[in-house]
Design a protein around this ligand. Structure first.
Ligand SMILES: Cc1ncc(COP(=O)(O)O)c(C=O)c1O
Length: 415
């Protein structure tokens, strides 16, 4: 990927997030972004505005209701543009876990006994359990295992698992532990040769750059909006030609009315509308750094992605280098971000302290982090790491500053 020459103005970025001025938050160096990110003021403003003047049942003819409905549609349309989809392909649900359960429930009707489903042991459980449960309708579950030395998924192992009976390949775009970015485009290409459907989990990828789902070639793609600077919602993209044929999981009268068929209950209205604020924040970020206003939304997102990647690489690499060079610490995954081969999601364990102790020490020094298995317990098991004590995860995003990184490294010196 091309890396931008324009540098991200970190002061501008941080000025957009009220958390950094908040008396409680501002004392902390925040390294728990893979758990959930802060929100920019644009999201808060949209949420407030909705709650003040349009918090009524949407889609009636009176103005408050009309505006509410229009804003809900606008949020979906903007996210469709941002990821290069159309709005009939976008489901906004309560969480990625819920979205994938509903999807697997809908897909189980097309599974016959003996059909094969491939899951990994690198994924968060949200993209494993729903697919493993297809064994209840006769599916044979195959596990694409990480190489325990590198913690990485190797394409050749997938090639060995794929057969003409493979119906589904569920794989993470980026592990929430290892950080490596998996080549979802290549995975989709080889899975499609067997006519398998590819479900990509983008939860740990999307905060570092909204993907182009058409470019990736996936059939389904999911990410959690509360980790991409929004409220507690999640987006599921599905290729229209597949979505339209999935059996209805919603009220019976909604038969055929996709994508609502895969979204029982729908999203929280005010939170859905506040997603417009994510778009507004990104466009403000674009306009602050670039002049050309004639580009499409997707083209602007590409430029923002490059800007963010360059900055993330700059702030995360010193941490990776530090941990990698400490003899008593075991870093999981690649020791350097190079050309967006890795997200700034950094996990490690200590040889002589429990992860809980390390985390407690860091927290005592105002470094917001934690130890856990982060629901990727199969990955930890494969790496021989205690799933109770887990590992320590330092997860960055584009609003992390070099100042925070210096404080973190000083704090790591004390463990
Ligand atoms: C990689 C990954 N996938 C899926 C999920 C589940 O997302 P949600 O909390 O929206 O269900 C998470 C949550 O941490 C995650 O990190």
């Amino acid at each position: 990927m091309s890396i931008s020459n324009t540098k991200l103005d970190i002061d501008f970025v941080r000025s957009q997030f009220p958390a950094f001025k908040d008396p409680l938050c501002k004392k902390w160096s925040f390294f728990e972004n893979a758990g959930g990110s802060y929100v920019p003021q644009q999201v808060i403003e949209r949420l407030n505005k909705f709650l003040i003047s349009t918090k009524v049942q949407p889609y009636a003819e009176y103005p408050m209701s009309k505006i509410a409905g229009n804003n809900m549609d606008e949020a979906t349309e903007l996210f469709a543009k941002m990821i290069n989809a159309n709005s009939k392909e976008i489901i906004i649900g309560g969480s990625t876990s819920i979205n994938l359960y509903v999807l697997s429930n809908a897909m189980k009707y097309s599974i016959k006994p003996g059909d094969e489903v491939i899951v990994t042991n690198q994924d968060h459980e949200a993209n494993i359990s729903p697919w493993r449960r297809l064994s209840e309708v006769g599916a044979i579950i195959k596990e694409w295992k990480i190489n325990p030395k590198t913690a990485e998924l190797e394409i050749e192992s997938l090639e060995n698992l794929l057969t003409n009976k493979t119906k589904i390949v569920a794989v993470t775009h980026c592990s929430n532990i290892v950080g490596t970015i998996n080549n979802l485009k290549k995975i989709s290409e080889i899975a499609h040769k067997k006519n398998a459907v590819v479900i990509g989990d983008g939860v740990s990828y999307a905060p570092h750059g909204f993907p182009d789902v058409k470019e990736l070639g996936v059939d389904f793609y999911t990410f959690s909006l509360y980790k991409t600077y929004g409220p507690h919602l999640a987006l599921l993209y599905g290729k229209e030609e597949i979505l339209k044929n999935l059996p209805n999981q919603n009220h019976q009268f909604l038969e055929g009315d996709y994508p609502y068929t895969i979204n029982p209950g729908g999203p929280n209205h005010e939170e859905l509308v506040s997603l417009i604020g994510i778009y507004e924040y990104l466009m403000d970020l674009y306009s602050y750094h670039f002049n050309d206003q004639n580009l499409s939304v997707r083209e602007k997102i590409n430029k923002i992605n490059d800007l963010i990647s360059t900055h993330e690489e700059e702030v995360a690499n010193p941490i990776l280098e530090y941990i990698y060079n400490r003899d008593d610490l075991r870093l999981i995954g690649k020791n350097k971000i190079n050309n967006k081969n890795r997200a700034p999601t950094i996990s490690f364990i200590s040889d002589n302290k429990s992860s809980q102790d390390v985390s407690n020490i860091l927290v005592s020094m105002n470094v917001a982090t934690r130890n856990d298995n982060f629901y990727a317990w199969r990955c930890l098991k494969a790496l021989g790491i205690d799933t109770e004590d887990g590992l320590i995860r330092l997860s960055l995003t584009h609003y992390n500053s070099t100042l925070e990184v210096k404080h973190l490294i000083n704090s790591l010196n004390k463990i």
